[in-house]
Design a protein around this ligand. Structure first.
Ligand code: NDP
Length: 333
């Protein structure tokens, strides 16, 4: 059932008045179209919740920027990220999921049913909402980094490390992620340079000890990346040692892969007035469930997971969110 309502809202982007479209009532609105969102959709559709998925700006999520995915069970020969996401989308559609273009621009979770507006003009009145908006890897912001994304520059060692067997790679970052990615890569690659901008790392003591004690990891403290160099693919990087100091010097390293591990930003800004997050912005869920602090709003995938951040764990939590939503709606009847 849908009802018509015409409203005028102030569109802060261009200051124009936007005519509101007809609102639609949905049982289960899924925000985000990565492995978590689509898996939630598959389960919710099969449970007759008639889910609507709002794809978001990056339809298909982070995996659409990955090349080969070899660690998702069920693909013995591997699969590319975009193909895998298309498969997940088709599977969700097969059971009747309604997938829409657009980006959620505002939400009101103060009372149920919840109000969710897409592209400033399309309101949805949702009995349950599953937030699966993911997290975005931070990059250094270099032009050369953009140029080699997918051709030697990656933000996920677990996804892409395998392609650098017996090669030389660099990891940039000084936190636990960088230390973990350097350790993982050291088990595959010939040599790993760990580029840390400060004279120390902020990772946990145990992780620092581990990278320091790994023979094929060389930690380059007080180094900043100036440029990633190459031909069609990455072949090296130019670093600045002790940037801004009187003894500043340029250092060149020969590498085949450049892994950026300087943190992720969870895409939770839109929900922060209603949904509890940790200090970084990851949505807090009740352990062992996908439930947030708002009854009827669930979270799945990287938006609530700073630890594992894998397609398969995201998919698993998407399944949990759909089952939690189904049970919640059952309890309301
Ligand atoms: P962090 O925010 O902890 O660390 C980011 C690192 O990147 C810092 O060393 C920072 O340097 C560096 N950095 C940021 N911007 C730049 C830049 N422009 N150039 C060079 N370096 C830069 O992120 P993590 O992803 O490592 O960790 C996030 C959270 O997840 C942490 O709480 C961490 O403990 C946790 N985690 C836990 C794990 C575990 O327990 N197994 C595994 C992975 C993460 P600087 O120090 O100079 O600011």
């Amino acid at each position: 059932m849908s009802f018509f309502k015409t409203l005028s809202v102030d569109d802060s982007n261009d200051n124009k008045s936007v005519e509101m479209e007809a609102a639609e009532n949905v049982k289960c609105l899924i925000i985000g179209s990565g492995p978590a969102g689509y898996t939630a959709a598959i389960y919710a559709a099969r449970a007759n919740l008639n889910p609507v998925v709002i794809q978001g700006m990056e339809a298909g999520g982070q995996l659409t920027t990955t090349t080969e995915v070899e660690n998702f069970p069920g693909y013995p020969e591997g699969v590319t990220g975009p193909v895998m996401m298309e498969d997940l989308k088709k599977q969700a559609e097969r059971f009747g999921t309604d997938i829409r273009w657009g980006e959620v621009t505002s939400v009101d979770f103060s009372k149920r049913p919840f109000n969710v507006v897409v592209d400033n003009k399309k309101p949805f009145i949702a009995e349950t909402v599953i937030i699966a908006t993911g997290a975005t890897a931070k990059y250094l912001g270099l032009e050369s980094e953009e140029r080699y994304k997918g051709a030697g520059v990656s933000a996920c060692a677990t996804c892409d490390g395998f392609f650098y067997k017996d090669m030389n790679v660099a990891v940039v970052g000084g936190g636990d992620t960088a230390a973990e990615e350097a350790s993982y890569l050291a088990s595959l690659a010939k040599k790993v340079y760990l580029i840390v901008r400060k004279p120390y790392m902020r990772a946990s003591k145990a992780m620092i000890k581990r990278v320091e004690n790994t023979p094929n990891i060389e930690i380059l403290y007080e180094h900043n990346t100036k440029e990633i160099t190459g031909t069609n693919v990455v072949t090296g990087a130019t670093l600045i040692k002790r940037k801004g100091q009187p003894d500043e010097e340029e250092v060149k390293i020969a590498i085949d892969g450049f892994f950026v591990a300087i943190g992720h930003k969870p895409n939770s800004d839109l929900f922060k007035d209603y949904i509890e997050t940790d200090e970084v912005g990851y949505i807090k869920t009740i352990p062992g469930t996908s439930k947030t602090n708002v009854e009827g709003v669930f979270a799945a995938g990287d938006i609530q997971d700073s630890t594992y951040r894998q397609a398969i764990t995201a998919a698993g939590s998407g399944c949990m969110a759909a089952l939690d939503a189904e049970r919640f709606l059952g309890e309301q009847e």
